[in-house]
Design a protein around this ligand. Structure first.
Ligand SMILES: [Zn+2]
Length: 372
């Protein structure tokens, strides 16, 4: 294993943050896999999972069983990790800009289109190699003006030429679920099985340019741009893995999750080991545009009827909102059938606040599909 340090742009005199990446195996041989944890810095389960995955990768490397390159960034966001206010850790938005750490990653497809036009051929693998090298060049040419931009560029530069990118997050209260690109579902299905995902939410344009989409989207956008002329494969399986609830951080769970990721890497052929039996798929993938965010119609105390992982039918009672001053109590029901995959952890709702999310099978939303 090789360790590399990446110095972020210094935002202020006397301050500089550093990102650390761990490199296993050999670059340029076999597939490249990239894993990072806690881009939303207060979402900690992934850090512990990568802590447990590391000795497994070291053992595989020592035994000569790595057939590719694996890059691990166990702490993807040192900026957010240091942000606390009045005792609360706040790692989702950068204090300096108010921006979400998992939004606004660069859209490389238009830049790469200009660079590769006239150079593509009929060999899909050769096109993949050409596009990967263009990705590296385009990212190297982008200049960061702020610390946050330099964090985004550093992470993208480590990840964007990989065959597999796994971005480990968690939700407030949730069962394990995945977000990925619609064209990637066939490649993602084994990951959904090995990780035991209760939902996989698919989109080609979720809005806001999150990290996984910035890595995966380049490929299907270029495929569309050169459609009918040159073959371009969806060569980067980029997935956001939501590792359940933010407070589910235990050795037992993390060790099991590390084992599940290891099983997927073996299945993928990056590690030479006995391929573990493929578990059943818990739920088919559903469109992100079919996910219903169930909101509180007025402010009040919330009492839930349903838990993460529950299947709900259309019309099922999800929670009550109680206004103790107005003596008002209303039951809020799901408009959609599907798995309730996430819910709010607070029990006081402001008007219009989302309290639960249900993975419906029929797309009904347009525009920005991600919550802030
Ligand atoms: Zn997150």
């Amino acid at each position: 294993m090789q360790t590399r340090f990446h110095h972020l742009l210094s935002p202020s005199i006397g301050t500089q943050r550093t990102l650390k990446s761990l490199h296993f195996g050999e670059a340029g041989r076999g597939e490249k896999v990239y894993l990072q944890a806690s881009l939303h810095a207060d979402e900690l389960p992934g850090m512990l999972v990568l802590h447990h995955l590391r000795p497994m990768l070291e053992a595989a490397e020592a035994a000569g069983r790595l057939r590719g390159e694996i890059v691990v960034v166990p702490v993807a966001n040192p900026i957010g990790l240091a942000q606390t206010m009045m005792g609360d850790h706040m790692g989702r938005f950068e204090f300096a800009s108010g921006e979400n750490f998992n939004r606004n990653y660069p859209d490389l497809a238009p830049l790469i289109e200009r660079q590769i036009v006239g150079k593509l051929g009929t060999d899909a693998k050769a096109n993949t190699a050409l596009i990967r090298s263009a990705i590296r060049e385009q990212l190297a040419a982008l200049a960061a003006r702020t610390e946050l931009e330099s964090l985004r560029l550093t992470l993208m530069s480590l990840a964007a030429d990989a065959d597999v990118v796994l971005d480990l997050h968690c939700d407030l209260e949730a069962v394990l679920h995945l977000y990925t690109g619609t064209p990637l579902w066939a490649q993602c299905e084994p990951l959904a099985r090995y990780t035991g995902a209760h939902a996989t939410l698919l989109a080609t344009e979720s809005g806001g340019h999150p990290f996984d989409e910035a890595c995966g989207q380049t490929w299907w956008k270029l495929a569309e741009m050169f459609k009918g002329r040159f073959p371009i494969e969806p060569a980067c399986l980029a997935v956001t893995i939501e590792l359940r609830s933010e407070n589910e951080v235990t050795h037992e769970q993390a060790q099991a999750d590390a084992g599940r990721l290891y099983a997927f890497l073996v299945h993928r052929g990056v590690i030479a080991d006995e391929v573990p039996a493929m578990p059943a798929l818990l739920q088919p993938a559903t469109p992100l545009a079919g996910s219903e965010s169930i909101v509180a119609p007025f402010p009040g105390v919330v009492s839930f009827y349903k838990r993460p992982g529950d299947w709900v039918e259309q019309g099922d009672a999800i929670f009550d909102v109680i206004d103790p001053l107005g003596d008002r109590c209303e039951t809020v029901r799901s408009q959609t059938a599907g798995v309730l995959y996430a819910r709010e952890s607070r029990r006081y709702a402001t008007a219009g606040q989302w309290m639960a999310k249900v993975a419906g099978r029929v797309a009904f939303k347009t525009g920005n599909l991600l919550s802030a």
